[in-house]
Design a protein around this ligand. Structure first.
Ligand SMILES: *Cc1c(COP(=O)(O)O)cnc(C)c1O
Length: 388
């Protein structure tokens, strides 16, 4: 018996009727490029997030690249940022976050995480900003917070800092579709609706995943929306007479159709993930030598990630693998440790929390359709492995 971290076949069976119907509709109309489903999905998601614009793009990575390029054009009147323009983000994220910053022309500044939430620590952002010499040739222009594992960052504090230093904020929402935070009047604010733009991924394993690559940009800014729409189809409003250095970065009609069908299940599946998280937290609360994840705001548990102490993470993972239980290490390396970024980034001197996380984190099976029996097996073997 194998307990997978995710089981997309099981999910397809659960949603088969809706998905097959959506694909058949696309087969019938044959409007493969920017067909009606793309616009329908954009409308549906902008209502869900309560933002003015959503724009389908070809991946989460492209969502980030296009948003940052649009901001360079809007703020600087130039195609790309300059190397002296710095964008602060977390070093404990997927490569694409840092890669997109490089591809927009800017220099990534990698700072440390909060050890409880694994998210970008606002104190570290402040610490970088306040230690910059006055006559600096470089200038921080923006912040890219990543809502890691499905948990929203401390957006209130990040926005406060952004306002004080006149910085833009582009949210990396790739892992957090449906996550939200409660604001003063008791209302909820969705991840991706808070910064100048939000970047979503529909990579198959994300909380809303397609049958291939896909992504989306959300924004309340008309100018950013217009620029992203231009950039995703070669850089112009008119494809045969363009203004900017563009891309072919459209969201496929068929992906939009599948995503619309799956979108109906997003809240239900996020709730199922939260139930699994509650189960793990209850069952593992007394286990020694592990630290369980926090749950701040409405956490959508893209991953349920624990820390395993005493340097035993790799032995625990191996033990579980032998028992047929899949787990993952997100992420084994920080971005500032990778060759591509080493010579192209800036950092604060110590990134201890992030480096420690790369050695301790382990993500447990989170497939929303796992049964209680399967979850019990995970919990029991995990306890055994730690007591070994
Ligand atoms: C998945 C992911 C991305 C990139 O999304 P793609 O659709 O795979 O390009 C970016 N940032 C984070 C944090 C991710 O997890």
């Amino acid at each position: 018996m194998v307990i997978p971290i995710l089981d997309l076949k099981r999910e397809y069976q659960y949603m088969k009727k809706d998905i097959d119907e959506a694909i058949k509709t696309c087969l019938a109309h044959q409007k493969w490029i920017l067909g009606p489903e793309v616009e329908q999905l954009e409308k549906r998601v902008s209502q869900y997030l309560n933002v003015k614009h959503c724009i389908g793009v070809s991946s989460g990575t492209d969502a980030l690249v296009l948003s940052l390029r649009a901001l360079a054009i809007k703020l600087k009147g130039k195609e790309y940022f300059d190397k002296t323009d710095e964008i602060i983000t977390t070093t404990f994220t997927f490569t694409a976050t840092g890669d997109a910053i490089l591809r927009s022309g800017a220099t990534p500044v990698f700072v440390d995480i909060d050890p409880i939430t694994f998210n970008l620590d606002p104190e570290q952002i402040k610490s970088y900003l306040t230690t910059q010499p006055v006559n600096n040739l470089t200038k921080v222009v923006g912040i890219v917070p990543v809502h890691l594992y499905g948990q929203i960052c401390d957006m209130e504090e990040i926005l406060r800092i952004a306002k004080e230093y006149n910085l833009f904020v582009v949210e990396d929402v790739a892992q957090a579709f449906g996550a939200k935070q409660q604001v003063v009047n008791g209302k909820w604010q969705m991840a991706g609706s808070i910064g100048n733009a939000g970047c979503f991924s529909f990579f198959p394993s994300k909380n809303l995943g397609g049958f291939g690559d896909g992504g989306m940009v959300s924004t309340n800014d008309d100018e950013i929306a217009e620029l992203v729409r231009m950039l995703l189809k070669h850089g112009g409003k008119d494809k045969y007479n363009v203004d900017h250095i563009g891309y072919n970065a459209r969201l496929d009609t068929i992906q939009a159709g599948i995503l619309l069908a799956k979108f109906k299940f997003l809240d239900e599946f996020n709730e199922k993930r939260r139930k699994i998280a509650q189960f793990y937290t209850k069952e593992l609360s007394k286990t020694e030598n592990i630290i369980l994840p926090s749950s701040i705001g409405y956490h959508v548990f893209h991953q349920y990630t624990i820390r395993i102490l005493n340097g035993k993470r790799d032995t625990v993972q191996k033990y579980l693998k032998e028992k047929g239980i899949d787990t993952m290490v997100y992420y084994p390396l920080c971005l500032h440790q990778m060759k591509v970024f080493k010579e192209r980034c800036k950092t604060l001197p110590a990134l201890e929390n992030s480096i420690r996380a790369t050695k301790e984190v382990l993500s447990l099976p989170i497939e929303p359709l796992l049964t209680e029996d399967e979850l019990n097996i995970v919990v029991n073997f995990l306890k055994d492995s730690i007591n070994e």
